[in-house]
Design a binder for this molecule. Structure first.
Ligand code: FES
Ligand code: FES
Length: 177
């Protein structure tokens, strides 16, 4: 029987026939991408497409570092197979700014000093954009609850809450991601 290392090596050398073609709108650009069917969206972004703004923390759905937006909804990219998102619109932290103009959530994180090392920040920002789009956060407690899937080892939570509060639409309704 092959060792795990042997199996990993043969998986890396999987024949082209075992790859699949997917079509994504990635940060506003239509892309046709060929990848192995078992590739996670996180690995596709970071390893295949060099979009390294999205971070790999736990790789098990527990930290939120890999959060991206799929059709405007926040998802953990480490738990999402890329092939399952054929035809979807994917937004990563690299796609939030409009040219030189930062997304309001990005600006709020700067204004509120909401990060230290910054490792969790792309996931926090994508999650906050998704949260605002959901339109359910009315209070700081709501923000804490709805951001609870995003962990920050630097302990920036009070400032993250302040940043999300700053970016919430004042009419209490969801904004556009
Ligand atoms: S890397 Fe995906 S949740 Fe931690
Ligand atoms: S700012 Fe360092 S992990 Fe959150």
């Amino acid at each position: 029987m092959n060792s795990p290392d042997d199996r990993a090596r043969s998986a890396q050398k999987a024949p082209f026939a075992q790859s699949c073609k997917i079509s994504l709108t990635l940060n506003g650009v239509q892309r046709e991408i060929r990848t192995a069917p078992w590739t996670t969206l996180l690995d596709l972004l970071r390893e295949d497409l060099q979009l390294t703004g999205t971070k790999k923390g736990c790789d098990h759905g527990q930290c939120g570092a890999c959060t991206v937006l799929v059709d405007g909804k926040r998802v953990n990219a480490c738990l999402t197979l890329a092939a399952m998102k054929d035809g979807c619109e994917i937004t990563t932290v690299e796609g939030l700014a409009q040219g030189e103009a930062l997304h309001p959530v990005q600006q709020a994180f700067i204004d509120q000093d909401a990060f230290q090392c910054g490792y969790c920040t792309p996931g926090q920002i994508c999650s906050a954009v998704g949260l605002i789009g959901e339109g359910r956060a009315q209070s700081d407690d709501d923000i804490r609850e709805l951001m609870s899937g995003n962990l920050c080892r630097c302990g920036c939570y009070p400032n993250i809450v302040a940043a999300v509060r700053q970016a919430l639409p004042t009419d209490g309704k969801g904004g556009q991601p």
